[in-house]
Design a protein around this ligand. Structure first.
Ligand code: AMP
Ligand code: MN
Ligand code: MN
Ligand code: MN
Length: 278
């Protein structure tokens, strides 16, 4: 069964509209799909209004919350959430304010580097969604400053660059609590993307568990097959179950299409086995 519990739409920094994303998942034979846009549930709401088509995947309402662990920005995916939960809504409202202020600050920093009008350009790219760095990257490409988004991150937006503006995201306990208030399960997203040493990864998993976390993305995107083996050992130590997702953003992102990431190892307990136990 193909399951994808981490995807993005144009309601955040994805390229496809929510219905187009759903159509792509259907076409790819996905049986269970979570839309997990960054810090908002507008796309989930849109999909929940649609009349289901034959062959549609089972839709899981999700969100990817930007958070901070000790000394590290991380992402926490909430799955099977109630998109109308007031406590979650209040956290997401605060995230929107943080994102707005950060986008302006990024624009100012880039302007000081001689790149004018990036804030306005990113707003255009976002087309009503909360602004994130990929919107700046797309503007920098459209304006001819960079060859592609990857170069935009390397030069201007990635770690330590002018557009890498710090944000006081909520702590892990707040992110997990908002997800639990909404009846969902809290999943630490793409742990291998944070490029931590094994000791620090171990500490992050311990901290996430201590903060009420339920699961970890054991498989994310185009991960190497052996990468899951060691991670699964750490997850077992902290009794964290396994999730899986492509982190799909765009059809141009050729390394992992919707639902095409590696299967979960057979020894892993899948997060959907906990459904209803939250
Ligand atoms: P933000 O939510 O504004 O902090 O932006 C983070 C998003 O930028 C991630 O969710 C990715 O979609 C994207 N991203 C991060 N690093 C890179 C990179 N090196 N190249 C392309 N996209 C990236
Ligand atoms: Mn993203
Ligand atoms: Mn992420
Ligand atoms: Mn993501």
């Amino acid at each position: 069964m193909s399951v994808d519990l981490h995807t993005h739409s144009s309601a955040s920094d994805g390229v496809l509209s929510p219905p187009m994303l759903l159509a792509r998942a259907r076409h790819n034979g996905v049986a269970m799909l979570a839309l997990t846009d960054h810090d908002n549930v507008a796309g989930v709401r849109e999909l929940q209004q649609l009349t289901a088509q034959p062959q549609d995947p089972e839709l899981v309402a999700g969100v990817e919350i930007s958070a901070q662990a000790s000394g590290q920005d991380v992402h926490v995916v909430g799955l099977w959430i109630d998109a109308d939960c007031p406590a979650l809504g209040s956290l997401l409202g605060a995230q929107a304010v943080l994102r707005g202020a950060r986008a302006q600050a990024i624009g100012e920093r880039l302007a000081r580097k001689g790149l004018a009008d990036c804030y306005a350009g990113a707003l255009l790219q976002a087309d009503g969604a909360a602004v994130s760095r990929p919107h700046f990257a797309r503007h920098l490409v459209a304006a001819g400053h960079c060859r592609d988004e990857s170069q935009a991150f390397k030069r201007w937006l990635g770690r330590g660059k002018a557009g890498d503006v710090r944000c006081e995201w909520p702590g892990l306990a707040s992110a997990n609590a908002a997800i639990h208030a909404a009846g969902g399960l809290a999943v630490l997203a793409h742990p291998l993307k944070y490029r931590l040493s094994r000791t620090r990864l171990d500490r992050l998993l311990a901290e996430f568990r201590e903060a009420g976390g339920d699961a970890v993305e054991l498989v994310s995107g185009a991960q190497a097959p052996h990468a899951a083996t060691d991670l699964l050992k750490l997850m077992d130590r902290y009794q964290l179950v396994a999730s899986t997702g492509s982190d799909f953003h765009s059809p141009a992102q050729t390394w992992c299409d919707v639902g095409q990431q590696l299967a979960l190892p057979r020894q892993a307990t899948a997060v959907w086995e906990l459904r209803g136990a939250a």
